[in-house]
Design a protein around this ligand. Structure first.
Ligand code: T5A
Length: 234
């Protein structure tokens, strides 16, 4: 979506901005890959990206934030600013140009993650962080969000079985290493956002098999594309 100068949020006609949200190991990357493949096969131009990341600067910030091999202290507010700096660059360099070009952009994590992790779990304040997110992304907001809802105990177990960012299996990054209570706060915060913003966010039970999660998400995207009159270039 796009924020006008009068503060009105309006959707872009020929493009669709989708975000995937959820806790650690909820299946966002898995869903992202499946959606990209299915939509591309239907003839849509799809940009699949993630946060923090998506640009050269974003990936550099990602390394600092996840702190796998960089050992420095990061204050909570600094952490917020780093996530937002990566987001602003991501929007300017990748997301907005892709939307302008009429593409479907699917982003693994976006503002809801910041509100949940930094606003709620780090206790910086949900409303305050929401406002900061709004400023950082110049009103470029997703029209559709899938919240993959999962008990963090299951999600963290899942992440131990993958080689994330080429790190050895079983190792955790700086944020995954937080206490279970932190991850429960994240889940509860996104659940609350999903209730408040039920028109944008579709909650999917992420304990369901990956193929079922994908089917639900693809159906919703297909409906949204149809409602917007967006057809594939085939
Ligand atoms: N963060 C991020 C903030 O604090 N603030 C912010 O503003 C932003 C943007 C990012 C970290 O930064 C934090 C949140 C994170 O801690 P990341 O590496 O991008 O770090 O973390 P995740 O997005 O959580 O990535 P993960 O890879 O851990 O989780 P995914 O992508 O949700 O899960 P996925 O798809 O990799 O799946 C994990 C495993 O589960 C299996 C997969 O095959 C894989 O083995 N799986 C399933 N198994 C059973 N049933 C299903 N339905 C399954 N779906 C996938």
């Amino acid at each position: 979506m796009l924020l006008t100068q009068t503060g009105r949020v309006m959707s872009r006609k020929n493009s669709l901005f989708i975000t995937l949200e959820g806790g650690e190991g909820a299946g966002k990357t898995t869903l992202l890959e499946k959606l990209q493949q299915a939509l591309s096969e239907k003839g849509y131009e799809v940009v699949a990206t993630r946060e923090p990341g998506g640009t050269k600067l974003g990936n550099m910030i990602r390394k600092i934030l996840l702190n796998r091999d960089i050992d420095c202290s990061i204050g909570n507010y600094t952490e917020l600013m780093l996530f937002l700096a990566a987001r602003t660059q991501h929007i300017e360099e990748l997301i907005e140009p892709a939307l302008e070009a009429g593409k479907i952009v699917i982003c693994d994590r976006f503002n809801d993650s910041t509100i949940a992790y930094q606003g709620a779990a780090r206790d910086l304040g949900v409303d305050k962080v929401e406002q900061q997110c709004f400023l950082a992304c110049h009103g470029v907001l997703p029209e559709l969000t899938f919240f993959l809802d999962l008990n963090p105990e299951i999600g963290l177990e899942r992440t131990k079985k993958i080689n994330k960012d080429s790190a050895p299996q079983g190792t955790v990054d700086r944020i995954e290493a937080e206490k279970m209570q932190f991850h429960q706060k994240v889940r509860s915060a996104i659940q609350q956002i999903a209730v408040k913003e039920h028109e944008r966010i579709l909650t999917i039970d992420a304990e369901r098999p990956a193929e079922e999660v994908f089917t639900v998400a693809l159906k919703k995207i297909t409906e949204t594309l149809l409602n917007k009159g967006i057809t594939a270039n085939v």
